[in-house]
Write a protein that binds this ligand. Structure first.
Ligand code: SAH
Length: 201
């Protein structure tokens, strides 16, 4: 994965590469999907959702430039795979999933593999998780129609947010990197992506 899928496609951050090398993706998949774990694509998990493509997880983590003493919020736990990667790059990860079955399964997987700096919550992640805010990094693993104000509000000064945005169904999703500097929040587009929709409410 590291040599063939990540390094040649722009992942240069050694901490990210090390995290990707150390988390067994197959453990986050159902047994019938495990033989596909090292193909560089999104794969089906329960509840009609997907585990993200490794390259996209790595590029999102790299763009966020997580530091060892920082805390991160992930919206869209899914299988728990991306949360596991993030947890290797920072102090603590809070991840939120709206499907209780996925959250429960992800937590079980993460605990079985010994990840102890990740907390999984069930709820609408477009509202963030105010109890633990502010976050140095927010990663959103589902495409939003517009960037939820609650997430911007929960970004720490100096914080970064990576989020796919598509204002309509016909438009390609634009992966954006937001950065907060005091009261100013600016963004730049990274690259087009394809995520499941962020379902609010
Ligand atoms: N990061 C995951 C991939 C997630 S796919 C992984 O590594 O496996 C996107 C996930 O976002 C799905 O599980 C979906 O149920 C969840 N989701 C969609 N809208 C949400 C919302 N408003 N709040 C929390 N989770 C949401």
């Amino acid at each position: 994965m590291v040599a063939e899928q990540l390094r040649p496609h722009g992942v240069t951050d050694e901490r990210v590469l090390q995290a990707m090398a150390s988390v067994p993706r197959e453990e986050f998949l159902a047994p019938r999907m495990r033989s596909h774990a090292y193909e560089d694509r999104a794969l089906a998990i329960e509840c009609g959702q997907t585990i993200s493509q490794p390259l996209v997880v790595a590029l999102m983590a790299q763009a966020a430039s997580l530091q060892p003493d920082e805390i991160a919020l992930e919206v869209g736990t899914g299988s728990g795979y991306a949360a596991a990667i993030l947890s290797r790059l920072c102090r603590r990860v809070m991840t939120i999933e709206r499907e209780p079955a996925l959250a429960e399964h992800a937590l079980e997987t993460l605990r079985r593999l010994g990840f102890d700096n990740i907390e999984v919550a069930v709820g609408d992640g477009s509202l963030g998780w105010p109890a633990e805010a502010p976050y140095n990094v927010i990663l959103v693993a589902a495409a939003a129609r517009e960037v939820p104000q609650a997430l911007i509000d929960q970004l720490a000064d100096g914080g970064r947010m990576v989020i796919p945005v598509a204002t309509s169904d016909d438009e390609p999703q634009d992966l954006r990197l937001y950065a907060r500097h005091g009261a100013d929040v600016i963004y730049r587009s990274l690259f087009p992506v394809l995520f499941v929709p962020l379902r609010t409410g």
